[in-house]
Design a binder for this molecule. Structure first.
Ligand SMILES: [Zn+2]
Length: 349
């Protein structure tokens, strides 16, 4: 059967179900990424989608395929699972647990997964072979092991239908975690600029771009912040939910940095300088090797561009860090305005 990754079962869902003598519903929940894709939606919405898919014989699966894949991910498999499957089943299959977004290792064997080589097919990826017939390359390790296993756990919870609640309930949960971890507040809510800058340096520009989930931290509607709001009624894909969730659980709260407000004494400046210098150093330390950014971008990510722009003469510590940064290989000034990672990802020659 020719199937469209990552569902592996497309238009013939209902018919196939009959021929396998299990119900279409069992097939959908037990053998496709449907439970993952709908994990952070409510039960009612999920059941409506399931009915829709089963009644239309899988013709409305596109939206689910989109919400269970990110970037230009290719099908992945584990070499030891191939051997085990051949031994136990006499054939191999594409495992759901290997093919969810951000999964780097096999949860059974602990090995790095192998991915099929990227092909330039504009319309997604079709798999016409079984894993036993494929050769793959070890996946690129975007994430540190601890973060990768945290994301794996969250992903498997989704796939297994654990802790299903609707999106607004999840957003409340994210705000609760953010508050419990001491994320800085601004006015009545969380400080967007601090959260976004810190989120970006947590995952790194290169990873977010590869997943197709990069954003402008200065834009009003940057997606991570929408997931922390109460009234925004747009459902967001599971991968975005999980990145935000893992970030909130595993990052340390960013330090609040603000421009001097009226009535504040200027003597707070040395303290702000010290904080900002520290944040800038943290952002630099978090830059993936080979990435290049401008000083403006650097300060923006550290959450202090507005302050630094006007006060740089009286912020000697931050100025020093910025000056050192200009000398490093990360500074875009050194490289012309062409980030190295674009080349590495084959986006530019
Ligand atoms: Zn395995």
């Amino acid at each position: 059967m020719t199937s469209h990754w990552p569902l592996f079962l497309s238009a013939h869902l209902a018919k196939l179900g009959l021929s396998m003598s299990i119900s279409p519903k069992e097939l959908l929940y037990g053998h496709t990424v449907f439970p993952y894709s709908t994990a952070r939606m409510g039960r009612i919405e999920t059941e409506r989608l399931a009915r829709n898919i089963i009644e239309r014989e899988g013709k409305s699966l596109t939206v689910l395929v989109q919400s269970s894949s990110v970037g230009r991910g290719t099908p992945k498999f584990c070499q030891s699972c191939v051997i085990d499957d051949l031994k136990q089943l006499g054939e191999t299959y594409w495992h759901r647990r290997h093919n969810l977004p951000f999964i780097q290792r096999c949860s059974v064997h602990g090995e790095l997964l192998l991915a099929l080589p990227l092909r330039n097919t504009p319309k997604g990826i079709s798999v016409t072979k079984l894993p036993e017939e494929c050769t793959g390359e070890e996946v690129y390790k975007w994430l540190p092991e601890s973060l990768s296993s945290a994301l794996m756990q969250l992903s498997f919870d989704c796939l297994d239908g654990r802790a299903r609640q609707d999106e607004l309930a999840w957003r409340r949960e994210y705000r609760r975690i953010a508050e419990a971890h001491g994320f800085p507040r601004q006015g009545t809510g969380l400080s967007s600029s601090s959260v976004l800058a810190s989120f970006k340096s947590f995952y790194g520009e290169e990873f977010l771009t590869s997943a197709g989930l990069n954003f402008d931290p200065l834009a009003a509607g940057a997606w991570p912040i929408l997931l922390l709001r109460s009234g925004y009624e747009i459902s967001t894909s599971t991968p975005r939910h999980l990145l935000l969730h893992a970030f909130l659980e595993n990052s340390s709260a960013p330090s609040p940095i603000r421009a001097n407000q009226p009535g504040r004494k200027p003597k707070s400046l040395p303290k702000a300088d010290e904080l900002l210098a520290r944040r800038v150093r943290e952002v630099i330390a978090g830059l993936p090797l080979g990435s290049r950014i401008t000083v403006t971008e650097l300060l923006t990510r550290a959450g202090g561009w507005a302050v630094f722009r006007h006060k740089r003469v009286v912020m000697p510590r931050t100025s020093k860090v910025v000056q050192d940064f200009r000398q490093t290989e990360f500074s875009e000034r050194q490289a012309g305005r062409r980030p190295y990672w674009r080349k590495r990802l084959g986006l530019e020659k």
